[in-house]
Design a protein around this ligand. Sequence first.
Ligand code: NAD
Length: 250
Amino acid sequence: MKKLDNKVAIVTGAGSGIGKAVAIAYATAGAKVVVSDIDETGGKETVASITKAGGDATFFKADASTSEGNAALVAFAVATYGKLDIACNNAGIGGEMNLASDYSLEGWKKVMDINLNGVFYGCKHQLTAMENNGGGVIVNMASIHGMVAAPQSAAYTTSKHGVVGLTKNIGVEYGPKNIRCNAVGPGYINTPLLEHNLSPEMLAMLKDKHPIGRLGEADEVAKLVLFLSSDDSSFMTGGYYLIDGGYTAV
Ligand code: NAD
């Protein structure tokens, strides 16, 4: 018996980076996985990796920053696999980099819509489906910047602090309903998000900020998400768990 046998899971932003690693970890642990992303090519590549390895996954294109996108994704999971047990709200962007006084209103709104509002919309629709199913587990992707500032990224820091707060509230409200909800706080992880947003000089500087002496890997984060999504973490809810190579301990 595998850890997630007979479980149905959703992962948003699963066409790349951490979300892709989470979808693969869920499927390897026996779950049926709905791989969702706004990027069809990346999402379908994740599904292909899973099915090639003998796992069960289906792609659903959805914009995680909208309530409609999240509602359609949950409805698809229930229609395809009969229920929803697990959701990882992972889709996110780094966004504009500027001092707060120079930060554009559009840039602020875009980060909030994807990184914070999208996680709320996801949780809202997932909670209803999980209640109908007698319980479930949600893991929200925060960041170390749910705890400490990210230079020139006020929107990112604010959105991730919001995700931690939302996660606490859901943990408290839904503990009695057999639904657990936790947040994960990765340090800097080797993914396309970093490559697209940061110069090689910045990446080298960031590496030095992790006492372990390197950036993290997506599958290291996926192992923590898998733990929080399985019965191994049955007494954990409303929490925020760092996986940061010591970044926030300095
Ligand atoms: P990534 O860019 O590799 O992957 C993000 C995925 O999300 C992409 O496939 C993208 O198409 C998708 N996406 C973006 N907007 C979307 C939308 N509106 N709807 C649906 N999908 C959308 O990034 P990553 O590094 O894997 O980041 C994943 C999550 O982890 C994000 O929430 C990010 O903030 C968080 N995180 C990343 C790091 C890091 O250092 N890479 C550290 C801490 C937290």
